[in-house]
Design a protein around this ligand. Structure first.
Ligand SMILES: Cc1ncc(COP(=O)(O)O)c(C=O)c1O
Length: 443
Protein backbone atom coordinates (compact mmCIF):
# COMPACT_ATOMS: atom_id res chain seq x y z
CA UNK A 1 0.00 0.00 0.00
CA UNK A 2 2.69 2.47 1.06
CA UNK A 3 4.82 1.54 -1.94
CA UNK A 4 1.79 2.13 -4.17
CA UNK A 5 1.24 5.57 -2.70
CA UNK A 6 4.78 6.80 -3.41
CA UNK A 7 5.15 5.25 -6.86
CA UNK A 8 5.51 8.07 -9.34
CA UNK A 9 2.66 8.41 -11.79
CA UNK A 10 3.20 8.27 -15.51
CA UNK A 11 2.72 11.38 -17.62
CA UNK A 12 -0.53 9.97 -18.96
CA UNK A 13 -1.88 9.14 -15.47
CA UNK A 14 -1.13 12.64 -14.17
CA UNK A 15 -2.80 14.35 -17.10
CA UNK A 16 -5.77 12.03 -17.22
CA UNK A 17 -6.56 12.32 -13.47
CA UNK A 18 -6.07 16.09 -13.44
CA UNK A 19 -8.52 16.46 -16.31
CA UNK A 20 -11.02 13.98 -14.90
CA UNK A 21 -11.23 15.38 -11.36
CA UNK A 22 -10.08 19.02 -11.47
CA UNK A 23 -11.33 22.05 -13.37
CA UNK A 24 -8.94 24.15 -15.46
CA UNK A 25 -9.07 27.95 -15.71
CA UNK A 26 -10.73 29.95 -18.48
CA UNK A 27 -11.33 26.94 -20.74
CA UNK A 28 -13.93 24.54 -22.02
CA UNK A 29 -12.42 21.38 -20.61
CA UNK A 30 -12.78 19.02 -23.57
CA UNK A 31 -9.64 18.86 -25.65
CA UNK A 32 -7.30 20.36 -23.05
CA UNK A 33 -3.79 18.90 -22.92
CA UNK A 34 -2.01 20.31 -19.83
CA UNK A 35 1.71 19.53 -19.61
CA UNK A 36 2.45 17.04 -16.77
CA UNK A 37 5.28 18.97 -15.09
CA UNK A 38 7.50 17.26 -12.54
CA UNK A 39 10.50 19.52 -11.90
CA UNK A 40 11.75 23.00 -12.69
CA UNK A 41 15.03 24.82 -12.20
CA UNK A 42 16.07 28.32 -13.20
CA UNK A 43 14.37 29.11 -16.51
CA UNK A 44 13.56 25.51 -17.49
CA UNK A 45 11.00 22.89 -16.52
CA UNK A 46 10.62 19.18 -17.28
CA UNK A 47 7.65 16.93 -17.86
CA UNK A 48 7.02 13.39 -16.66
CA UNK A 49 7.56 12.11 -20.21
CA UNK A 50 11.04 13.63 -20.37
CA UNK A 51 10.41 16.84 -22.32
CA UNK A 52 12.27 20.01 -21.34
CA UNK A 53 10.98 23.53 -21.93
CA UNK A 54 12.44 26.99 -21.57
CA UNK A 55 9.93 29.07 -19.62
CA UNK A 56 9.46 32.35 -21.50
CA UNK A 57 6.43 33.37 -19.48
CA UNK A 58 7.63 32.78 -15.89
CA UNK A 59 4.57 30.48 -15.76
CA UNK A 60 1.76 33.03 -15.22
CA UNK A 61 4.21 35.95 -15.29
CA UNK A 62 5.02 35.33 -11.63
CA UNK A 63 8.11 33.16 -11.14
CA UNK A 64 10.34 36.23 -11.25
CA UNK A 65 13.24 34.71 -9.27
CA UNK A 66 13.24 31.60 -11.46
CA UNK A 67 12.34 28.05 -10.55
CA UNK A 68 13.78 26.10 -7.64
CA UNK A 69 15.58 28.97 -5.90
CA UNK A 70 17.01 27.46 -2.72
CA UNK A 71 16.68 30.70 -0.72
CA UNK A 72 12.91 30.71 -1.19
CA UNK A 73 12.53 26.98 -0.64
CA UNK A 74 14.60 27.06 2.56
CA UNK A 75 12.64 30.05 3.88
CA UNK A 76 9.39 28.14 3.35
CA UNK A 77 10.83 24.97 4.94
CA UNK A 78 12.16 26.82 7.99
CA UNK A 79 8.80 28.51 8.51
CA UNK A 80 6.93 25.22 8.04
CA UNK A 81 9.02 23.73 10.87
CA UNK A 82 8.62 26.77 13.12
CA UNK A 83 5.00 27.90 12.66
CA UNK A 84 3.15 26.97 9.46
CA UNK A 85 -0.07 28.77 10.35
CA UNK A 86 -1.46 31.16 12.93
CA UNK A 87 -4.63 33.27 12.89
CA UNK A 88 -4.50 36.69 11.17
CA UNK A 89 -5.43 38.25 14.54
CA UNK A 90 -1.97 37.28 15.88
CA UNK A 91 1.39 38.91 15.31
CA UNK A 92 4.33 36.87 14.03
CA UNK A 93 7.88 37.49 12.90
CA UNK A 94 7.60 36.90 9.12
CA UNK A 95 4.59 39.25 9.03
CA UNK A 96 6.53 41.86 11.01
CA UNK A 97 9.64 41.59 8.83
CA UNK A 98 7.76 41.54 5.53
CA UNK A 99 5.55 44.51 6.42
CA UNK A 100 8.67 46.52 7.27
CA UNK A 101 10.53 45.42 4.14
CA UNK A 102 7.65 46.28 1.82
CA UNK A 103 7.28 49.69 3.44
CA UNK A 104 10.94 50.29 2.51
CA UNK A 105 10.57 49.08 -1.08
CA UNK A 106 7.18 50.56 -1.98
CA UNK A 107 7.10 54.07 -3.43
CA UNK A 108 6.40 57.30 -1.54
CA UNK A 109 4.62 57.10 1.78
CA UNK A 110 3.04 53.69 1.20
CA UNK A 111 3.94 52.06 4.48
CA UNK A 112 1.15 49.71 5.45
CA UNK A 113 -0.07 46.56 3.71
CA UNK A 114 -3.01 44.22 3.94
CA UNK A 115 -2.04 40.68 2.93
CA UNK A 116 -4.28 38.55 0.74
CA UNK A 117 -3.89 35.25 -1.10
CA UNK A 118 -3.36 36.57 -4.59
CA UNK A 119 -4.03 39.38 -7.01
CA UNK A 120 -7.80 39.10 -7.37
CA UNK A 121 -8.52 39.48 -3.67
CA UNK A 122 -5.87 42.21 -3.41
CA UNK A 123 -7.89 44.19 -5.96
CA UNK A 124 -11.21 43.33 -4.28
CA UNK A 125 -9.86 44.71 -1.03
CA UNK A 126 -8.24 47.78 -2.58
CA UNK A 127 -11.59 48.66 -4.18
CA UNK A 128 -13.42 48.02 -0.91
CA UNK A 129 -10.98 50.32 0.88
CA UNK A 130 -11.32 53.06 -1.73
CA UNK A 131 -15.11 52.96 -1.43
CA UNK A 132 -14.88 53.07 2.37
CA UNK A 133 -12.41 55.95 2.46
CA UNK A 134 -14.16 58.13 -0.14
CA UNK A 135 -17.76 57.12 0.59
CA UNK A 136 -18.26 57.01 -3.20
CA UNK A 137 -19.68 54.03 -5.11
CA UNK A 138 -18.15 53.93 -8.60
CA UNK A 139 -14.86 52.56 -9.87
CA UNK A 140 -13.18 53.60 -13.10
CA UNK A 141 -11.16 51.02 -15.00
CA UNK A 142 -9.87 50.55 -18.54
CA UNK A 143 -11.10 48.21 -21.25
CA UNK A 144 -7.78 46.56 -22.04
CA UNK A 145 -7.22 45.30 -18.53
CA UNK A 146 -7.37 42.29 -16.26
CA UNK A 147 -7.83 42.72 -12.52
CA UNK A 148 -8.97 39.26 -11.40
CA UNK A 149 -11.67 36.66 -11.69
CA UNK A 150 -14.21 37.30 -8.91
CA UNK A 151 -16.76 39.92 -7.82
CA UNK A 152 -15.70 43.50 -8.39
CA UNK A 153 -12.24 42.49 -9.64
CA UNK A 154 -13.74 40.78 -12.68
CA UNK A 155 -16.21 43.65 -13.03
CA UNK A 156 -13.23 46.01 -13.18
CA UNK A 157 -11.52 43.76 -15.72
CA UNK A 158 -12.15 45.48 -19.02
CA UNK A 159 -11.32 42.66 -21.41
CA UNK A 160 -13.81 40.00 -22.58
CA UNK A 161 -13.19 37.82 -19.55
CA UNK A 162 -15.66 40.24 -17.91
CA UNK A 163 -18.55 39.55 -20.28
CA UNK A 164 -19.80 36.22 -18.84
CA UNK A 165 -19.23 37.50 -15.29
CA UNK A 166 -21.23 40.74 -15.36
CA UNK A 167 -23.82 40.45 -12.62
CA UNK A 168 -23.58 43.81 -10.91
CA UNK A 169 -22.71 47.40 -11.70
CA UNK A 170 -20.52 50.03 -10.23
CA UNK A 171 -17.62 49.99 -12.69
CA UNK A 172 -17.25 52.43 -15.57
CA UNK A 173 -14.69 51.64 -18.28
CA UNK A 174 -12.60 54.16 -20.16
CA UNK A 175 -10.54 53.74 -23.31
CA UNK A 176 -6.85 53.01 -23.07
CA UNK A 177 -4.22 55.08 -24.85
CA UNK A 178 -3.65 51.96 -27.02
CA UNK A 179 -6.31 51.02 -29.60
CA UNK A 180 -4.81 47.88 -31.16
CA UNK A 181 -2.11 47.38 -33.73
CA UNK A 182 -4.09 48.92 -36.60
CA UNK A 183 -5.10 52.15 -34.86
CA UNK A 184 -2.05 52.52 -32.63
CA UNK A 185 -1.70 54.76 -29.61
CA UNK A 186 -3.02 58.13 -28.48
CA UNK A 187 -0.72 60.74 -27.08
CA UNK A 188 -0.87 61.17 -23.32
CA UNK A 189 -2.75 64.43 -23.88
CA UNK A 190 -5.52 62.84 -25.97
CA UNK A 191 -5.90 59.90 -23.57
CA UNK A 192 -6.12 62.23 -20.59
CA UNK A 193 -8.69 64.46 -22.29
CA UNK A 194 -10.89 61.40 -22.84
CA UNK A 195 -10.43 60.33 -19.24
CA UNK A 196 -11.33 63.77 -17.91
CA UNK A 197 -14.46 63.86 -20.07
CA UNK A 198 -15.62 60.50 -18.69
CA UNK A 199 -14.95 61.64 -15.12
CA UNK A 200 -17.01 64.80 -15.67
CA UNK A 201 -19.86 62.91 -17.39
CA UNK A 202 -20.00 60.28 -14.63
CA UNK A 203 -19.85 62.87 -11.85
CA UNK A 204 -16.52 63.04 -10.05
CA UNK A 205 -18.19 62.93 -6.65
CA UNK A 206 -19.54 59.45 -7.48
CA UNK A 207 -16.13 57.94 -8.32
CA UNK A 208 -14.12 56.30 -5.55
CA UNK A 209 -11.13 55.11 -7.53
CA UNK A 210 -9.46 54.59 -10.87
CA UNK A 211 -7.82 51.17 -11.05
CA UNK A 212 -5.23 50.50 -13.74
CA UNK A 213 -2.22 48.39 -14.56
CA UNK A 214 0.61 50.92 -15.00
CA UNK A 215 1.93 48.68 -17.77
CA UNK A 216 -0.92 46.47 -18.96
CA UNK A 217 -0.14 42.75 -18.81
CA UNK A 218 -2.26 40.04 -20.40
CA UNK A 219 -3.80 42.50 -22.83
CA UNK A 220 -0.44 42.77 -24.55
CA UNK A 221 2.30 44.50 -22.50
CA UNK A 222 0.98 47.99 -23.20
CA UNK A 223 3.44 50.65 -22.08
CA UNK A 224 1.75 54.03 -21.57
CA UNK A 225 3.02 57.13 -23.35
CA UNK A 226 5.23 59.28 -21.14
CA UNK A 227 3.17 61.72 -19.15
CA UNK A 228 0.05 59.55 -19.08
CA UNK A 229 0.50 58.13 -15.61
CA UNK A 230 1.51 61.50 -14.17
CA UNK A 231 -1.58 63.01 -15.82
CA UNK A 232 -3.81 60.31 -14.34
CA UNK A 233 -2.33 61.09 -10.91
CA UNK A 234 -3.10 64.79 -11.39
CA UNK A 235 -6.70 64.14 -12.51
CA UNK A 236 -7.30 61.81 -9.56
CA UNK A 237 -5.95 64.44 -7.16
CA UNK A 238 -8.05 67.17 -8.76
CA UNK A 239 -11.29 65.19 -8.43
CA UNK A 240 -10.64 63.45 -5.09
CA UNK A 241 -10.46 60.04 -6.78
CA UNK A 242 -8.09 57.44 -5.33
CA UNK A 243 -5.55 55.92 -7.71
CA UNK A 244 -5.17 52.14 -7.43
CA UNK A 245 -2.22 50.75 -9.37
CA UNK A 246 -2.51 47.04 -10.03
CA UNK A 247 1.10 45.85 -9.96
CA UNK A 248 0.18 42.19 -9.56
CA UNK A 249 2.11 41.42 -12.73
CA UNK A 250 4.47 44.39 -13.02
CA UNK A 251 5.72 44.46 -9.43
CA UNK A 252 9.01 43.06 -8.18
CA UNK A 253 11.40 43.88 -10.96
CA UNK A 254 9.44 42.72 -13.97
CA UNK A 255 9.83 46.05 -15.78
CA UNK A 256 13.39 46.77 -14.66
CA UNK A 257 12.37 48.77 -11.57
CA UNK A 258 10.98 47.42 -8.33
CA UNK A 259 7.55 48.70 -9.36
CA UNK A 260 6.38 49.94 -12.75
CA UNK A 261 5.14 53.24 -11.25
CA UNK A 262 8.78 53.98 -10.35
CA UNK A 263 9.48 54.63 -14.07
CA UNK A 264 7.24 57.69 -13.90
CA UNK A 265 7.69 58.63 -10.21
CA UNK A 266 3.99 58.26 -9.53
CA UNK A 267 2.79 57.24 -6.08
CA UNK A 268 -0.64 55.58 -6.16
CA UNK A 269 -2.93 55.77 -3.14
CA UNK A 270 -3.27 52.00 -3.20
CA UNK A 271 -1.05 49.44 -4.89
CA UNK A 272 -1.84 45.76 -5.35
CA UNK A 273 0.77 43.01 -5.45
CA UNK A 274 0.93 39.22 -5.85
CA UNK A 275 2.78 36.89 -8.28
CA UNK A 276 6.38 38.17 -7.96
CA UNK A 277 5.85 38.91 -4.26
CA UNK A 278 6.64 35.25 -3.55
CA UNK A 279 7.81 34.41 -7.06
CA UNK A 280 4.53 32.43 -7.00
CA UNK A 281 6.10 29.68 -4.84
CA UNK A 282 3.16 29.96 -2.42
CA UNK A 283 0.03 32.11 -2.71
CA UNK A 284 0.32 35.62 -1.30
CA UNK A 285 -0.96 39.01 -2.38
CA UNK A 286 -0.99 42.42 -0.76
CA UNK A 287 -2.63 45.83 -0.86
CA UNK A 288 -0.20 48.63 -0.04
CA UNK A 289 -1.71 51.91 1.11
CA UNK A 290 -0.49 55.44 1.60
CA UNK A 291 -0.55 57.00 5.05
CA UNK A 292 -3.75 58.95 4.42
CA UNK A 293 -5.59 55.76 3.44
CA UNK A 294 -4.18 53.76 6.35
CA UNK A 295 -5.08 56.61 8.74
CA UNK A 296 -8.76 56.26 7.82
CA UNK A 297 -8.75 52.76 9.27
CA UNK A 298 -7.23 53.96 12.57
CA UNK A 299 -10.69 54.88 13.80
CA UNK A 300 -12.97 53.24 11.25
CA UNK A 301 -13.48 49.49 11.22
CA UNK A 302 -11.90 47.74 8.24
CA UNK A 303 -14.80 45.52 7.15
CA UNK A 304 -12.70 42.84 5.55
CA UNK A 305 -10.78 39.74 6.51
CA UNK A 306 -9.29 36.49 5.30
CA UNK A 307 -8.45 33.31 7.21
CA UNK A 308 -5.10 33.32 5.42
CA UNK A 309 -4.28 37.04 5.75
CA UNK A 310 -0.54 37.25 6.54
CA UNK A 311 -0.10 33.50 6.20
CA UNK A 312 3.29 32.68 7.77
CA UNK A 313 4.37 30.47 4.86
CA UNK A 314 3.49 33.22 2.39
CA UNK A 315 5.29 35.91 4.37
CA UNK A 316 8.38 33.70 4.77
CA UNK A 317 8.36 32.91 1.04
CA UNK A 318 8.15 36.61 0.21
CA UNK A 319 11.11 37.38 2.49
CA UNK A 320 13.15 34.61 0.81
CA UNK A 321 12.12 35.92 -2.59
CA UNK A 322 13.07 39.53 -1.87
CA UNK A 323 16.40 38.28 -0.50
CA UNK A 324 16.99 36.46 -3.80
CA UNK A 325 16.08 39.57 -5.83
CA UNK A 326 18.46 41.70 -3.77
CA UNK A 327 21.39 39.28 -3.55
CA UNK A 328 21.43 38.66 -7.31
CA UNK A 329 20.34 42.17 -8.34
CA UNK A 330 17.53 40.67 -10.37
CA UNK A 331 15.83 44.04 -10.78
CA UNK A 332 19.03 45.33 -12.40
CA UNK A 333 19.22 42.14 -14.46
CA UNK A 334 15.72 42.78 -15.73
CA UNK A 335 16.77 46.28 -16.78
CA UNK A 336 20.05 45.17 -18.40
CA UNK A 337 18.74 42.06 -20.13
CA UNK A 338 15.65 44.02 -21.14
CA UNK A 339 17.96 45.91 -23.51
CA UNK A 340 19.22 42.63 -24.96
CA UNK A 341 15.67 41.35 -25.27
CA UNK A 342 14.86 44.53 -27.21
CA UNK A 343 17.68 43.73 -29.65
CA UNK A 344 16.31 40.21 -30.10
CA UNK A 345 12.86 41.68 -30.76
CA UNK A 346 14.29 44.03 -33.38
CA UNK A 347 16.07 41.18 -35.10
CA UNK A 348 12.85 39.13 -35.21
CA UNK A 349 11.08 42.10 -36.78
CA UNK A 350 13.79 42.36 -39.41
CA UNK A 351 13.65 38.66 -40.21
CA UNK A 352 9.92 37.89 -39.97
CA UNK A 353 7.20 39.70 -41.94
CA UNK A 354 4.59 38.20 -39.60
CA UNK A 355 5.89 40.27 -36.67
CA UNK A 356 4.00 43.56 -36.81
CA UNK A 357 5.13 45.07 -33.51
CA UNK A 358 7.46 44.28 -30.65
CA UNK A 359 7.67 46.06 -27.33
CA UNK A 360 9.17 45.57 -23.91
CA UNK A 361 10.05 47.31 -20.71
CA UNK A 362 12.65 45.34 -18.78
CA UNK A 363 11.96 41.62 -19.16
CA UNK A 364 8.30 42.31 -19.87
CA UNK A 365 7.87 41.84 -23.60
CA UNK A 366 5.36 40.97 -26.31
CA UNK A 367 5.24 40.44 -30.05
CA UNK A 368 2.13 41.21 -32.10
CA UNK A 369 1.75 39.01 -35.17
CA UNK A 370 0.05 40.30 -38.32
CA UNK A 371 -1.13 38.99 -41.69
CA UNK A 372 0.29 41.91 -43.55
CA UNK A 373 2.69 44.65 -42.47
CA UNK A 374 0.81 47.22 -44.61
CA UNK A 375 -2.71 46.68 -43.28
CA UNK A 376 -1.49 45.40 -39.90
CA UNK A 377 -4.41 43.00 -39.80
CA UNK A 378 -3.77 40.87 -36.68
CA UNK A 379 -2.86 37.20 -37.22
CA UNK A 380 -5.47 36.31 -34.59
CA UNK A 381 -8.61 38.43 -34.04
CA UNK A 382 -9.57 40.33 -30.88
CA UNK A 383 -10.94 37.78 -28.40
CA UNK A 384 -10.25 34.87 -30.73
CA UNK A 385 -7.60 32.74 -32.31
CA UNK A 386 -6.77 31.48 -35.79
CA UNK A 387 -5.21 28.37 -37.35
CA UNK A 388 -2.07 30.45 -38.06
CA UNK A 389 -1.67 31.51 -34.40
CA UNK A 390 -2.24 27.91 -33.33
CA UNK A 391 0.44 26.74 -35.76
CA UNK A 392 2.99 29.20 -34.30
CA UNK A 393 2.06 28.14 -30.76
CA UNK A 394 2.48 24.49 -31.69
CA UNK A 395 5.86 25.19 -33.28
CA UNK A 396 7.00 26.93 -30.09
CA UNK A 397 6.02 23.94 -27.96
CA UNK A 398 7.66 21.50 -30.35
CA UNK A 399 10.78 23.65 -30.31
CA UNK A 400 10.89 23.43 -26.50
CA UNK A 401 9.46 26.80 -25.46
CA UNK A 402 6.58 27.47 -23.12
CA UNK A 403 5.06 30.92 -23.34
CA UNK A 404 1.70 32.66 -23.16
CA UNK A 405 -0.05 33.52 -26.37
CA UNK A 406 -3.41 35.21 -26.65
CA UNK A 407 -5.22 36.57 -29.71
CA UNK A 408 -2.32 37.76 -31.93
CA UNK A 409 0.19 38.26 -29.11
CA UNK A 410 3.15 36.14 -28.01
CA UNK A 411 4.72 37.04 -24.69
CA UNK A 412 8.44 37.24 -23.94
CA UNK A 413 8.44 37.32 -20.14
CA UNK A 414 11.20 35.06 -18.79
CA UNK A 415 12.29 34.80 -15.15
CA UNK A 416 14.50 37.72 -14.07
CA UNK A 417 17.42 35.37 -13.34
CA UNK A 418 17.79 34.58 -17.05
CA UNK A 419 21.26 34.83 -18.60
CA UNK A 420 22.22 36.18 -21.99
CA UNK A 421 22.89 32.64 -23.26
CA UNK A 422 19.45 31.51 -22.12
CA UNK A 423 17.85 34.50 -23.83
CA UNK A 424 19.68 33.47 -27.01
CA UNK A 425 18.36 29.93 -26.57
CA UNK A 426 14.78 31.18 -26.28
CA UNK A 427 15.01 33.56 -29.21
CA UNK A 428 16.40 30.84 -31.46
CA UNK A 429 13.26 28.83 -30.78
CA UNK A 430 11.10 31.88 -31.45
CA UNK A 431 13.03 32.57 -34.65
CA UNK A 432 12.24 29.08 -36.00
CA UNK A 433 8.61 29.11 -34.87
CA UNK A 434 7.98 32.47 -36.55
CA UNK A 435 8.97 30.93 -39.88
CA UNK A 436 5.73 28.98 -39.54
CA UNK A 437 3.93 32.33 -39.17
CA UNK A 438 5.71 33.77 -42.21
CA UNK A 439 4.79 30.75 -44.33
CA UNK A 440 1.18 30.94 -43.13
CA UNK A 441 0.85 34.48 -44.47
CA UNK A 442 2.64 33.58 -47.68
CA UNK A 443 5.72 35.69 -46.97
C1 LIG B 1 -2.71 42.67 -13.49
C2 LIG B 1 -3.36 41.53 -12.78
N1 LIG B 1 -4.18 41.78 -11.77
C3 LIG B 1 -4.77 40.79 -11.08
C4 LIG B 1 -4.56 39.48 -11.41
C5 LIG B 1 -5.25 38.39 -10.63
O1 LIG B 1 -4.33 37.76 -9.80
P1 LIG B 1 -4.62 36.27 -9.23
O2 LIG B 1 -4.73 35.38 -10.40
O3 LIG B 1 -3.43 36.02 -8.34
O4 LIG B 1 -5.88 36.34 -8.44
C6 LIG B 1 -3.70 39.17 -12.46
C7 LIG B 1 -3.46 37.76 -12.85
O5 LIG B 1 -3.00 37.45 -13.93
C8 LIG B 1 -3.09 40.21 -13.17
O6 LIG B 1 -2.28 39.98 -14.21
Amino acid sequence: MVMEAIKAMSAEEITELCLRHTLYDWSAQAGLKPLPVTTAKGVHFQTADGRRFIDFNSQLMGVNAGHGDRRIIEAIKRQAEQLPYISPFMAHEPRARLGKKLAELLPGDIDKVFFTLGGTDANENAIKMARAVTGRPKILARYRSYHGSTGTAVQATGDPRRWPNEHSGGVVHVLDPYHGIQRGEDTAEVALTHLEEVIRLEGPETIAAFILEPVTGTNGVLIPPDGYLQGVRELCDRFGILLICDEVMTGFGRTGRWFAVDHWNVVPDLITLAKGLTSSYVPLGAVGMRKHVAAYFDDHVFYGGLTYNSHPLGCAAALGTIQAYEEDDMVGNSRRLGEILKRHHRRLMERHPCVGAARNIGLFGALELVRDRKTMEPLGPFNGTSPEMKAVQQALLEGGMYTFSRWNVIMTIPPLCITEAELDEGFEILDSALEVGDRAIGA
